[in-house]
Ligand binder design. Structure first.
Ligand code: ATR
Length: 269
């Protein structure tokens, strides 16, 4: 049976084996997908040994996505622009790297019938999570994408890398005076429970709010969005399943159906 892995540190929280095994049985693909904890200094060796032993591919999660980029013989343009790899494919002695996180987000937004074309999007954060979704968002033909970050220089640096007139960097105080159709939280504030410095005037019945983080309880950002009557307040569980579906497609050439797996995962949270 074809072998796949997900590598991270920590890894016990990973839902990827659950998701990929469901995809495999749904599409009747003969594969085995396991999670593996990798010591911080052993990532490259672990991946190479797995590829050599006949492994077909792997997902990569925190903190190895940037290291994975350096390991690849070939990179997709979306992995290059994201500066990170979450999907490795081993083929004819080569390691191919891709990044499906952004497509996972975009597909989940579209599945929620969120209009991205012609919209004004606010992306909160300028770390790895934000960078990974910029290109797929721009590919949806938005009017503008504004990146707001606590550390303004990081937002500016991110924007410069893309060289796209629709993309700009702003401070939180700037964006608090503006209006957006879609607000995406790509900061790690949800993981620490921190409240973001955004004003409630940004949120109303026309505005869709999305948090890349998911959990049993609403994140502080989604609770704030609901409190101020956002049109939709969506967590990142669909993005997780969506990025997995795109990895599965790269490896197997078959698109799994996402919504049933998503509801099974939601129940298991
Ligand atoms: P990731 O890979 O998850 O994006 P990261 O690269 O460490 O992680 O980036 C974390 C992002 O969350 C950054 O944009 C960070 O802002 P700074 O660049 O100013 O540090 C943002 N962030 C984290 N905690 C925050 C908070 N309490 N308020 C606002 N932004 C926060």
């Amino acid at each position: 049976m074809d072998q796949y892995r997900v590598y991270g540190n920590p890894i016990s929280q990973s839902r990827s084996p659950f998701i990929h095994q469901l995809f495999a049985s749904q599409t009747q693909q003969p594969l085995n997908y396991l999670s593996e904890l990798v010591a911080l200094d052993s990532f490259a060796n672990t991946v190479r040994a797995f590829a050599k032993s006949g492994g077909k591919g792997a997902n990569v999660t925190v903190p190895f996505k940037e290291q994975a980029l350096c390991l690849c013989d070939q990179l997709s343009s979306r992995a290059q622009l994201a500066g990170a790899v979450n999907t490795l494919t081993f083929k004819e002695g080569q390691i191919l790297g891709d990044n499906t996180d952004g497509l996972g987000l975009v597909n989940d937004l579209l599945a929620h019938r969120v209009e991205l074309s012609g919209s004004n999007i606010l992306l909160l954060g300028a770390g790895g999570a934000a960078k990974g979704v910029v290109l797929p968002l721009l590919e949806q033909n938005p009017e503008t994408v504004v990146v707001a970050n606590r550390t303004m220089s990081k937002a500016q640096k991110l924007v410069e890398q893309f060289n796209d007139l629709r993309l700009s960097a702003k401070s939180f105080s700037d964006v608090n005076q503006m209006a957006f159709d879609v607000i995406i939280n790509a900061t790690s504030a949800s993981l620490t429970g921190d409240k973001l410095p955004i004003e409630h005037s940004l949120i109303n019945e026309q505005v869709v709010c999305y948090d890349m983080v998911y959990g049993k309880e609403d994140t502080a950002f989604l609770a704030f969005a609901k409190q101020h009557h956002a049109k939709q307040a969506i967590d990142g569980l669909g993005m997780l399943v969506g990025q997995a579906a795109e990895s599965f497609y790269i490896w197997r050439g078959v698109k799994p159906e996402v919504s049933t797996v998503l509801s099974q995962l939601r129940t298991a949270l």
